[in-house]
Write a protein that binds this ligand. Structure first.
Ligand code: ADP
Ligand code: MG
Length: 292
C-alpha cells in the first residue's frame, strides 16, 4: 500500500468518526470474515436500569434493594450503577459495606449490617452452595425478555433477585444487517447468562452466541477461531475486553468505552456505534482496490 492512499483513507475515516490507528489495521481489516461483539456497552447502551426487585418470603422489596445497593456502591460495574441508581430513585438510605470484594465475571461480596451478603449470577450462588431451583422459572422468563437477573444471598441463604434491562443501541440492528450483507459471520461473546444473551442475539439476527464467558475466555475464543483459519475482528468497550482486542486480527474499540480498550484496538469508533464498522469495511475495500 502506498502511504498516500492510506493517509487519505484514514483521513476520511477520521472525518466520519472511525479512527484507524495505522496502515496495518487498515490492510488487515480487508481480510476479516468474522466479527466477535461484546454485548454490554457494544451492542447495548451499557446503561442498564433496574426493572424488578423480587424478594423471597421473609424479605421486602425495600430491604432487598437497600442491601443490594449498599453492596454495589463498591463496584464500578454498569450493573452496579443500575442497582444503586434504582435505590436512590426510590429514596432508600444506604449503609456501608465492610470487606467488599468483587468476584470477576460473577458479582460482589461483602458485609452489610454485620451480615455476609453476596450478589451476582448463578455461578456465584453455586460457589456459595445455594440452590436456585425454586427461582429458575421466574429468572428464565425475565432472561427471555433480554433482562439480566442477579441473585442476593445473606449468610448463604437466598433472599431474592433483582433484574436489570440494558436497551440495544438504536444503530445496532441496522449495522448488523449491513455487516451480514458485507459477508461477516457475527458472534456475540458475553459474560452474561446464556438465555439473556440468546434473547438479544435472536432479535439482532446474530449467528452464534458464546455466553457465561469469563473475561479471559474472550481472547481464547478468538485464538481458537484463528486456529481454525478465521480472520477475526473483535468489537468491545470494557477493561475486560482489552486482551481480546489485542488478540484479534483487528481490535475495534468503542470511543465511549475504557481507555485500555481504545489503546488495545486498531480501530476506534468515536460515537461507539457499530455502523462505524460498516464504514471502516467500505473504506478498506475501496482503498485496497485502488492500491492494487
Ligand atoms: P459482560 O461481558 O456482560 O460485561 P462481566 O464479566 O462483566 O460481563 O459480568 C458477567 C456477569 O457477572 C454479569 O452478567 C453479572 O451476572 C455478574 N456480575 C458481574 N459484576 C457484577 C456486579 N457488580 N454485580 C452483580 N453482578 C455482577
Ligand atoms: Mg462491555
Amino acid at each position: 500500500a502506498t502511504p498516500m492512499s492510506i493517509m487519505t483513507a484514514t483521513g476520511r475515516g477520521a472525518q466520519s468518526g472511525v479512527l484507524i490507528k495505522n496502515a496495518e489495521a487498515l490492510e488487515r481489516f480487508e481480510t476479516i470474515n468474522t466479527l466477535i461483539v461484546d454485548k454490554t456497552g457494544t451492542l447495548t447502551e451499557g446503561k442498564p436500569r433496574l426493572v424488578a426487585v423480587m424478594p423471597e418470603e421473609g424479605s421486602t422489596e425495600k430491604d432487598l434493594l437497600r442491601i443490594a445497593a449498599t453492596l454495589e456502591r463498591g463496584s464500578e460495574h454498569p450493573l452496579a450503577e443500575a442497582i444503586v441508581s434504582g435505590a436512590q430513585d426510590r429514596g432508600l438510605q444506604l449503609s456501608d459495606t465492610e470487606e467488599f470484594e468483587a468476584v470477576t465475571g460473577k458479582g460482589v461480596k461483602g458485609r452489610v449490617d454485620g451480615q455476609r451478603v453476596a450478589l451476582g449470577n448463578a455461578a456465584l450462588m453455586r460457589d456459595l452452595g445455594i440452590d436456585l431451583a425454586g427461582l429458575a422459572d421466574v429468572a428464565d422468563a425475565r432472561r427471555d425478555e433480554g433482562e439480566t437477573v442477579m441473585f442476593v444471598a445473606i449468610e448463604r441463604a437466598l433472599v431474592g433477585m433483582v433484574s436489570v434491562a440494558d436497551p440495544v443501541k438504536e444503530t445496532t440492528h441496522g449495522a448488523l444487517v449491513a455487516l451480514h450483507e458485507l459477508g461477516f459471520r457475527i458472534i456475540m461473546a458475553t459474560g452474561d447468562n446464556e438465555r439473556t444473551a440468546r434473547a438479544i442475539a435472536r432479535r439482532l439476527g446474530i449467528d452464534e452466541v458464546r455466553a457465561d464467558v469469563l473475561p479471559e475466555d474472550k481472547a481464547r475464543i478468538i485464538r481458537e477461531l484463528q486456529d481454525q483459519g478465521s480472520k477475526v475482528a473483535m468489537a468491545g468497550d470494557g477493561v475486560n475486553d482489552a486482551p481480546a482486542l489485542a488478540q484479534a486480527d483487528v481490535g475495534i474499540a468503542m470511543g465511549t468505552g475504557a481507555d485500555v480498550a481504545i489503546e488495545s484496538a486498531g480501530i476506534t469508533l468515536v460515537s461507539g456505534n457499530l455502523d462505524g464498522i460498516v464504514r471502516a469495511r467500505k473504506l478498506t475495500l475501496t482503498t485496497m482496490r485502488n492500491i492494487r
